[in-house]
Each structure stands twice: as C-alpha cells, then as structure tokens.
Write a protein of this length. Structure first.
Length: 56
C-alpha cells in the first residue's frame, strides 16, 4: 500500500509544475490588448464615407 501513495504524490507534483509556464504566456498576451481599440476608429471612418456618398 505505501508504494501506491507515493505514485499519486508524483502525479500531483507534475501537475503543479505545468500551470507555472502558462502564467508567463498570459502576461505576454495582455500587452496586445491596447492595439484593439484602434480597429474601432477604422470602423467609424467607414460610416462617415458612406453617409457622404449617399448625400451626393
């Protein structure tokens, strides 16, 4: 019975080590968030041009 408990401990240790690297990847994805607001500005320009063409 003692050996079986040791095997379960090794599995828990391996799972805890995996979650550590993913955290560093999430930090790198946070900076790219600011550039997204710029896309909204491009969408606003399209409506302005469409209204001008309709008036002519």
């Amino acid at each position: 019975q003692p050996p079986s408990s040791v095997a379960s401990q090794t599995v828990i240790r391996r799972l805890a080590a995996l979650p550590v690297p993913p955290r560093s990847v999430i930090i790198e994805r946070l900076p790219p968030l600011p550039p997204r607001p710029r896309d909204i500005i491009i969408e606003r320009w399209i409506p302005y041009g469409a209204q001008g063409k309709r008036r002519t």
